[in-house]
Design a protein. Sequence first.
Length: 217
Amino acid sequence: MQQDNMGRLEALLFAAGEPLGVPQLAELLGLNKPQTWELLGLLQEEYKSEKRGLELREVAEGWQLCTKACHHEMILQLAGTQELKLSNAAMETLAIIAYRQPVTRTEMEAIRGVSVDGVVNTLLEWELIAEAGRKDTAGRPILYKTTDRFLEVFGLKALKDLPAMPDILAEDAAKHPQQLSLLEMDEAGNAGSMPGAETDAETDAVPAAETDTPSAD
């Protein structure tokens, strides 16, 4: 029976293509949460074999089947898609949002010292950030927050798993931009839905076939 349930669990995770939480998995499997946690642990151990191409990871407060990092280049060839490449400016802005969310564009610009319009639009397009309502101040500016996709790409279970932000950076990131490199993309995370997430020193790139808009910053 346990092997049957593991097979059913594996099928659900494969078909979903996105993280599934334990409560949802338990309901779909007709099991209680402790039983579901046990199955997840057993399945995760099976995937740890060096001969397996997938791994079971806990990301975005759920569980997801991901390709192992060692197969990254081969998966890119199969996908035939351009890698997600974010410029240093985009990574810095994304770090500001991650650590200080919800945050407005004006607040981001006050920290970075330059306009973030183009960068924010890029991050929105890649679904790494989303609108989070409006701030209750003059003009009611839009607030921004990170998304579950952000957690998947960076291999994080939840926002609490972000590395600690140095106090000096929290006070004035514009004076210490190099410390924003605390936020590093995990190529192994979510390779299926966003292949090859990595940084690029020069461009905030989006697929060339979809836009001719030059990158900002």
